[in-house]
Ligand binder design. Structure first.
Ligand code: NAP
Length: 334
């Protein structure tokens, strides 16, 4: 593997910090690492392989002699720097939603469609976190048995909205327990001991953006324009790791529960947690910090036993839903 010069834009954020740790853990061949953020963080020190790295303010000159730029600072920043990154001969791996649906931008989950990464024109997008975690549970079965429709319900953690949302959940929870007033600034509704419809933009069809992303991105990743998804995305007061309930309806007969368990257990990046005897199934606390997505509650859908099954998945969206998936994409380029 050839060593690459890598820049991380948004290095001080919830995802950015994970980028650094994942690159260390996966022993990514780095010749030079540049940590970039906003002016606010310039001069901060972060550790990489035991050594201090100074965070720099992102500028138009930041991408000279950089091979791979991992972006995780929001869509406006990705859009602002995209042309500059490409002109520098650097490949952008973007965590934001800015380019995901553009036809010449591959949308990649390395366990599922790694070959798409070869068709990039300077940008590769990382899919939405809920989409990645759902597809890690669906694809091992889908690969063998064609799926007609997915009914998805998500239980999404605060970390999906960054550091500030996690901090707000912590403070709101303390205030709630102490019977003190608390003013929400990041989330639109009281978050402690509550849940609410996902805080992305509401669209004219009554779905929110997060829900529509799972539908559109799945079709693109699977190259399947026939698969249908109806999603309900909800924020729950969990710090880290999303949970998702999935109902899969097949074109032909549904596979047996045993077959699904075997397919899932043999798929890289998936761990089956399906202990009916002890009522132990995937939980966000267990998925937090893990590279694998945990899948369980594998059962026939009793309302459509010949055709449908149910699954439950928990995945750390800062890792497989963001940083880990992006670093895995970068590894495809070395
Ligand atoms: N959280 C997730 O699970 C997740 C999953 C998938 C995708 N994403 C996407 O990843 C992005 C970041 O998410 P996050 O959760 O890590 O957010 P976050 O914790 O709020 O971090 C945001 C990062 O962006 C940097 N930033 C802000 N303005 C900047 C500017 N003008 N120039 C350069 N850097 C700037 C911040 O730097 P300062 O510290 O200097 O402010 C910080 O490092 C978003 O696009 C999000 O949609 C997040």
């Amino acid at each position: 593997m050839s060593e690459k010069s890598v820049a991380i834009v948004g290095a001080t954020g919830a995802v950015g910090i994970e980028f650094i740790q994942v690159m260390e853990k996966l022993n990514f061949p780095v010749s030079k690492l540049k940590l970039l953020a906003s002016k606010r963080s310039a001069g901060k020190k972060l550790k990489f392989r035991g050594e201090d790295c100074i965070v720099e303010e992102t500028s138009h000159d930041s991408f000279k002699n950089v091979d791979i730029a991992l972006f995780s600072a929001g869509s406006p920043i990705s859009r602002h720097y995209a042309d500059i990154v490409k002109e520098s001969g650097c490949v952008m791996i973007d965590n934001s939603s800015a380019f995901r649906m553009e036809p010449d931008v591959p949308l990649v989950i390395p366990e599922i469609n790694p070959e798409d990464a070869n068709n990039h024109h300077g940008i590769i997008s990382n899919p939405n976190c809920s989409t990645i975690i759902m597809l890690m549970a669906v694809y091992p079965i889908y690969k063998k048995y064609r799926v007609k429709r997915i009914v998805l319900s998500t239980y999404q953690a605060a970390s999906g909205a960054g550091w500030e949302a996690m901090e707000e959940l912590r403070k709101a929870s303390l205030a709630h327990l102490n019977n003190e007033p608390f003013e929400q600034k990041i989330m639109p509704h009281p978050y402690a001991f509550n849940l609410f419809s996902h805080n992305s933009k509401m669209l004219e069809n009554g779905y929110n953006e997060e829900e529509m992303k799972t539908f559109k991105e799945t079709r693109k990743i699977l190259h399947d324009s026939t698969i249908n998804i109806t999603a309900t995305c909800v924020r729950v007061p969990v710090f880290r790791a999303h949970s998702e309930s999935i109902n899969l309806e097949f074109v032909e007969m549904a596979p047996s529960v045993e077959e699904c368990r075997t397919l899932l257990a043999n798929f890289p990046g998936v761990q089956v947690v399906d202990d009916r005897q002890n009522n132990t199934f995937p939980m966000p606390l267990d998925a937090s910090g893990k590279y694998e997505c945990l899948v369980g509650r594998i059962r026939k859908d009793e309302s459509l036993p010949e055709k449908a099954i149910n699954l439950f998945v928990c995945g750390d969206q800062l890792l497989k839903g963001a940083a880990l998936n992006a670093v895995q994409i970068a590894l495809l380029l070395v």
